[in-house]
Design a protein around this ligand. Sequence first.
Ligand code: DC
Length: 243
Amino acid sequence: MNAVDSARLPPRSAGNIIVAIDGPAGAGKSTIARHLARRFGLLNLETGAMYRAFALKALRAGVSLDTVSALEQLAAHTRIGLEPADGDNRVLLDGEDVTALLRDPVVTDAASRVSIFPTIRAWMVRLQQQMGASGGVVMEGRDIGTVVFPHAEVKIFLDAAPEVRGMRRYDQLGPQPALQPEEVIRDLRARDERDRNRADSPLRPAEDAIILDTTHMSLEEVVRAAEDVIVAHLASLASPTRH
Ligand code: DC
């Protein structure tokens, strides 16, 4: 992120505000959230990592990903923690650091499947609300601005065309990717379909979210636009005309 002109604005703490970043897979939420957290002195909390950690536990336990009662039983004996560290999150599953295991495509697919169940979501939402209760956070996910923190001071919904998001994901896979670009785009579309069409808290922008379509934007432009949203909010707080 060194291409970003971080000297453009003086460093400024955003205090205890809550910044909600939502959007589909591959829209750049993690990168932007990490940057905003560093820039404004906020904690970055990646809620997708929590669904991924629970999915990992279900896979390890051999629990059917479609049987909600089995998942609920498992959830009753599961502890999930996020430890923000230098803008990223260490993810603890029952005390074990599982951070390095969560990007596996099998875990990715399983996370999207377990996240359709309302009782699993209610449990996660409760945890997320506790984690962000004192503010001073950027929280990133699918339902932060709509369900977890509907009163968040700043809501940004990042989107981009599926082909563009798929290619961004493909480029992150390293020098000898196991998947072809078409396969990455296909998997991403399947996940989109589930995330957008589930009955409980489907992925959608909050009514008061600022929507950034990043299809034709560079990373630097997206960072700048997201920063500007927060700066505008902070300026509105400082404005003497505010009632
Ligand atoms: O953001 P991510 O790709 O790490 O999320 C993994 C899955 O978790 C995603 O397919 C949907 C689910 N998820 C969710 O339903 N609600 C959230 N707030 C975050 C993630």
